[in-house]
Design a binder for this molecule. Structure first.
Ligand SMILES: Nc1ncnc2c1ncn2[C@@H]1O[C@H](COP(=O)(O)OP(=O)(O)OP(=O)(O)O)[C@@H](O)[C@H]1O
Ligand SMILES: [Mg+2]
Length: 416
């Protein structure tokens, strides 16, 4: 079901030219479901980050696109084609994994040319494509070196150059920076952002469990947990209006307080304003929600540590009282912890002139706009899929025979 001119909607979605689409994709290893009815669209030219804890199924999702695992059900589209039944080498995708996966016996330029040769690109065009990929990644002067003569960051650039050389419309990046130290990582992050500006039509699926990478690079973030897609949205949406407790806790920091709803009123913009109490004896406070809340309902209030203010003076307007349990001075900022009616609350702020001390009773205040009531029945902590009990040492699922036929063991995981 490739995209056609007669089907413009296909081009808008990941099914169209250049994008990626997961349609209800389920992957199981020996009966253990590790990707559960996963559906996601990456539009042409879009960068989507798959963000989630270890074991949540991020790499599995990527490998389903690359062709290294065959879904038990569902379809995968990439570059405008249904690739579900294609072997990896026929998918024409670029992939970069954490461990570089360069061929140690080949020089940099040979590594970069490798994918072009397996794709049967005309011989005369190979040197030009290799040179261009090395230029884009800043590695032109290292063309003659062997991988062992390069630093980790340089090796990862070569891996990226190799993925780019085939001029893929889809680039799959699996924690490409996680083997690098913090300083190199932030430099490479800026370079990946620049590369994407240079190649605006390439769709990128970027696996990470680093929220800074996701927030920096991605147009949208897909949050995963326990083999499932929990929530997808722009970084701003997920940060400002998280729809699940899980996303609220995973994208940015948050105080998640159990509250009881005491009132709810619709707003002109279609949202709702709820009144909630964090304890029976506490003053009610106001929060924003995207759907109506019922009086008496137990819900979760999301308060970002940066959105809290602190005052010693009595403050009755959208505030609650807390007893300071810890004060951390962090140079340019302060982090303060308090106990509010039995709940631990954290506040992050620029350096305080007169910081409170442990044992002080202070008011934590916030604006209604910044306090979000998480929608009901959307904790994001859905019953754990079988993945949680998966034994990583169990024999692996049957993988397409073409994988081992086309890739040397040292390059497992790198699609060409
Ligand atoms: N070849 C395999 N055989 C059996 N189970 C596997 C195999 N590959 C992955 N799994 C299991 O599938 C689940 C998802 O793994 P996956 O590699 O997709 O997680 P991830 O989100 O990428 O985690 P991480 O952040 O640690 O890389 C895990 O429970 C893992 O143990
Ligand atoms: Mg992984």
């Amino acid at each position: 079901m490739a995209a056609t001119e007669a089907d413009p909607s296909a081009r808008q979605s990941g099914r169209g030219t250049g994008g990626i689409r997961f349609e209800d994709v389920t992957v199981a290893y020996n009966g253990n479901v590790v990707l559960d009815s996963f559906s996601l669209d990456v539009a042409p030219g879009e960068v989507v980050a798959l963000l989630g804890p270890s074991g949540s199924g991020k790499t599995t999702a990527l490998r389903a696109v690359a062709g290294f695992v065959r879904p038990a059900s569902g379809r995968v589209y990439a570059g405008g084609r249904d690739v579900t039944d294609l072997p990896p080498y026929k998918r024409g995708l670029g992939m970069v994994v954490q461990q570089y996966a360069l061929f140690p016996h080949m020089r940099v330029e040979q590594n970069v040319a490798f994918g072009l040769k397996t794709q049967k690109v005309a011989k005369s065009t190979i040197p030009g494509r290799v040179a261009e990929a090395l230029r884009m990644t800043g590695m032109a002067q290292y063309a003659k070196r062997y991988p062992r003569e390069l630093s980790g960051g340089q090796q990862q650039r070569v891996a990226i150059a190799r993925a780019l050389a085939i001029e893929p419309s889809v680039l799959l990046l699996d924690e490409p920076l996680s083997a690098l130290d913090a300083q190199l990582r932030s430099g490479m992050l800026a370079e990946l952002a620049r590369l994407h500006r240079e190649l605006p039509d390439v769709s990128i699926l970027y696996v990470t469990h680093d929220q800074i990478e996701a927030l920096t690079l991605a147009d949208r973030i897909a949050v995963m947990n326990d083999a499932r897609l929990v929530e997808v949205g722009t970084a701003r949406e997920l940060y400002k209006r998280p729809g699940t407790e899980f996303a609220a806790g995973f994208v940015g920091n948050s105080n998640l307080l159990p509250v009881t709803v005491t009132g709810c009123a619709p707003q002109p913009d279609g949202s709702f304003r709820a009144t909630v109490r964090i304890a029976a004896e506490a003053e009610p406070v106001m929060a924003t929600c995207t759907e109506p809340a019922t009086v008496g309902e137990q819900r979760t209030l999301c308060l970002r540590p940066h959105f809290l203010g602190l005052t010693a003076a009595e403050h009755h307007d959208n505030a609650f009282l807390g007893k300071i349990t810890e004060v951390q001075w962090r140079g340019s900022s302060h982090r303060v912890f308090a106990d509010a009616q039995g709940h631990e609350v954290r506040l992050d702020t620029t350096e305080l002139r007169n910081p409170p001390v442990i044992g002080d009773e202070v008011w934590f205040h916030f604006s209604t706009e910044d306090a979000v009531l998480i929608p009901a029945a959307a904790s994001g902590l859905a019953p754990a899929a079988a993945a949680a009990t998966t034994d990583p040492t169990a024999p692996t699922a049957a993988e397409p025979a073409e994988v081992s036929a086309t890739l040397p063991a040292s390059a497992d995981g790198a699609a060409r």
